[in-house]
Design a protein around this ligand. Sequence first.
Ligand SMILES: Cc1cc2nc3c(=O)[nH]c(=O)nc-3n(C[C@H](O)[C@H](O)[C@H](O)COP(=O)(O)OP(=O)(O)OC[C@H]3O[C@@H](n4cnc5c(N)ncnc54)[C@H](O)[C@@H]3O)c2cc1C
Ligand code: SF4
Length: 444
Amino acid sequence: MTDIKVNGLNEPGLTFHELEQGFTIKEAITEAGRCLNCAKPLCRTGCPIDNDIPGFIYALSRGNIGEAREIIAERSNLPAVCGRVCPHEKQCEGHCVLAKKQQGIKIGKLERFIADFDAAMHLSRDKVPAKINGKVAVIGSGPAGLTVAGDLAKQGFNVVVFEAESEPGGVLLYGIPEYRLPKKVVRQEIERIASLGVTFITNCLVGVNITVDQLFDQGFDAVFIGTGTALAKGLDIPGKDLMGVIQATYFLRTIVLYNDGKIDRKEVPVYKDDQVLIIGGGNVAMDAARSALRLGARVTVVYRRTESDLTALRSEYEGAVAEGAAFCWQASPLAFIGKEGMLTGLEIATPTGKTILPANKVLLAIGSRPAARIVSTTKGIEVNPAGYVITKQTPYGMTTLKGVFAGGDVVHQPATVVLAMKEAKRVAKGIAAYVQAKKLLEEC
Ligand SMILES: Cc1cc2nc3c(=O)[nH]c(=O)nc-3n(C[C@H](O)[C@H](O)[C@H](O)COP(=O)(O)OP(=O)(O)OC[C@H]3O[C@@H](n4cnc5c(N)ncnc54)[C@H](O)[C@@H]3O)c2cc1C
Ligand code: SF4
């Protein structure tokens, strides 16, 4: 992504450049030096993937940044991402013993510093074991797929990732906006996973271009499905087909594609002075609101509950407010209003009655669910009534079809990057155990 193009989309004042500045080396080492290196580190308890937080902070405090990165690599393949987008205040930082005195260690920023510094200086390198333990196909390259790929490659598996998009990364690349997670950072993390010997095959929609059965025919010992929740939910109210009713995830994706030079500006569906309503109260809604503001639109977020019920991170909500987003609380959409096929407003019900909010664009951010491309083209993979893949405890993450595993949002509903990684790590262990047993039986 070129900065010029990111600038090209910007209105003066608000930019798509990364908002949060990282630590300088001096700041990072000083911050690391405040850590008490607790015998019972509560920060680690708060980390869903059990990162050795005191370990990497201690290494950093001594100036050993490469060693700090190696310690992180024992548990995580995506530290530069997690350092930026994890809800640290609810996890490691919220649990830090110093947080009680409002002096908690800024763990996310330290993790980000270590990953960025290491990537820039090429300090550490992962060991690349010989690929002797079997062949695994990973479908989808979001945090779940990347974690399974990285963990299994480190254990000597031959891993091939099949991705429908033209580039790997999933929501990290096509969802979370540049100002929170620069695409350069995502690409760097993926390059490191590729350097473990993982092969990426892009523009390959499994279920259409190849089936799971064909993957087994090609000699894969196991298949992992990490396809996330690709289908954005619609709002089934009058006027839903009017021009101007758009999915927020589609809008966010077009910004990335435009910045990559893959589509024209006119295909990014928000313009200066547009009156945009965002329906929803999660992180996707905040990302859509803040991105639309960056394109010069006037933005109101319409949420059916109250401020305290927002599911978005507090910091994201506060960021949206500071940047000029208005909020309409306890508002239930009743109908999209239009004229000659074009959206002109949204009728809502509030505790004080019905009203129409004028708008020429509505961005829907009310959730998503899994697509059925793989399960509909493979016999034996059961899903629950909402379409989420059903998995087993033993071997962990195996679906109802032998040798096929699943994890991340496609199993556990839209959650967070680190929760997708947590599950994927457990499933990677399940796959390793399964393939090992399969090989032993074959030898017998
Ligand atoms: C806009 C937005 C903002 C978010 N912000 C945050 C945040 O700040 N912090 C946080 O922790 N979480 C955030 N999340 C949630 C987080 O990104 C997801 O929980 C996480 O990405 C799920 O990972 P996953 O690997 O399961 O799925 P995904 O990231 O969705 O990846 C699935 C991949 O599978 C591919 N795929 C799908 N079907 C096929 C197929 N048939 N064949 C081949 N490939 C296929 C897709 O193209 C995609 O690359 C956000 C989500 C969104 C949408
Ligand atoms: S809880 Fe806080 S002070 Fe203790 S080891 Fe973790 S980061 Fe350091």
